[in-house]
Design a protein around this ligand. Sequence first.
Ligand code: PEP
Ligand code: MG
Length: 583
Amino acid sequence: MNEILKGIAASSGIAIGQVYIIGRDDFEVSKRLIVESEVAGEIVRFEESLIQTRQELIVLQRKIAHEFNQEQAQIFDAHLLVLEDRMLIEEVISRVKKEKCSVDYVFQEVLKKYVSVFSRMEDEYLRERIADINDVGKRVLRALCGRKKKSLADFEQKVIVVAHDLSPSDTAAMHRKNVLGFITDIGGKTSHTAIMAKSFEIPAVVGVEVATSKISQGDTIIIDGTAGIIVINPDERTIAKYKEAEEKILAKDKTFISLKELPAETRDGRRVELVANIELPEEIPFLLEHGAEGIGLYRTEYFYMNRKDLPTEEEQFEAYKLVAEKMAPYPVVIRTLDLGGDKFISQLQVPKDMLPFLGWRAIRFCLARPDIFKVQLRAILRASVHGKLKLMYPMISGVEEMRQANRVLEDVKEELRVEGLPFEKNMEIGAMIEVPSAAITADLIAKEADFFSIGTNDLIQYALAVDRTNEKVAYLYEPAHPAVLRLIKKIIDDAHKNKIRVGMCGEMSGDPMFAIILLGMGLDEFSMPSRMVLQIKQLVRSVTIKQAQEIAAEALSFATAREVEKFSKRKLKELFPQVYDSF
Ligand code: PEP
Ligand code: MG
């Protein structure tokens, strides 16, 4: 009762519900002891899993016989024989009785023993049976643990999803109404899976490491996505405590609603733009509800995910047009395709290892594949006459890349002119500043761009050499690191010296800890997960610009991230003790 696991708080909020485990093929079942009264039930579970696997194999065999030939279907005869192996079955049952361990664990151990015995056999035919044993073994284990490959859009009832890992496209496919929350073994706070959870307002804890081995199918679980805590099979008192906490969070959120119609300006009238990040156009009603006055980052790569083909120009045009129209007169910044890192699209047939964070990703990929890039640019340009669209390129690393991308854009504009298709000639073109080389040469890039948007999610990982998706180094991923704060200050100053506006679309801009500091540094636009907009507005409205500048100057004077955080927490508590009491 009440076993507690700790992970990385990825998306705030509390969820209580039943677990659904999404399996991976190479999972390991951890040892779980049982009591005498559970033994009979474990044996029944084992027998049922054998029957289920047998049925699955027969269906598969018939399908293969129908689609290919009888000979290939016969492979499954060997698999079926493994399932009927009396020695194996009896060994599992007798060990469950003797060792008092769960049947999935015992079965896994017996299987390992068989594999090791067969691998030492002289006879080649018998050695080759290892593949059959492994294959059938995994099927039985999946049946035992209830781990089925299932689409995340298909849950019939409300569940908390637990998985070793979820890709951003898995998360995008989740049916919001039936996924109460999710937990993963791996991942960091700014991995795209975590970002999607925030957009969907689904509480999530990532980087738990042992989640899939400690949590079992059907367990009741509490996720506290704000604290990064999971409670397995909680008692009544704990459930009641968390339900109360959930109500408090909802009540706190409601207090921000009164700010919705008020301007995002400091006490002395300095106005900033508070806008939202989106991955899918379906998020627009949410962001308007949360008082966002535009979209500062539309991550278009999600358009390319969860489908078998690439989106056509027409399809993209219709989507961008719809977003532009729905948001008008507010601005929408469309980011061109940012593939790579943890965002991967299988139908492009680019091996995943060619698109790592330091590899052939984002603008590098687009410049090398003008066939794909130009289709998107045409669609964005054509949609630009339907609202207030801006365009920006991800991962710009220097002036040359910015110029190259703009040259492709000019070619596309020329094509549209020749074809007589209208587009907004003065659409603003921005650069994301998220690579340290771009931050260091921001004064030069500013001469080639109409605006900047600081991508702190990547800027932090590249500046501090910390993989944003790796839970093992998550403690080093520090937005408050003096190196990060200095880079941000430099980018803002360089932009302003060159008379262009500068926004931030990394997760940092929606973190209350940094709002006043960034305001004081001179940030013009904050783009964030929409649920944070009003909370950040409250902070902007609580100070004069001079106060914010003083706070920013003091934050920049510290030597460590911890000192910056301590200082910032103190300031927040002074301003709004009722909101930041638990900081
Ligand atoms: C960033 O890097 O800060 C950013 C906003 O882009 P993404 O998270 O999509 O890489
Ligand atoms: Mg980025």
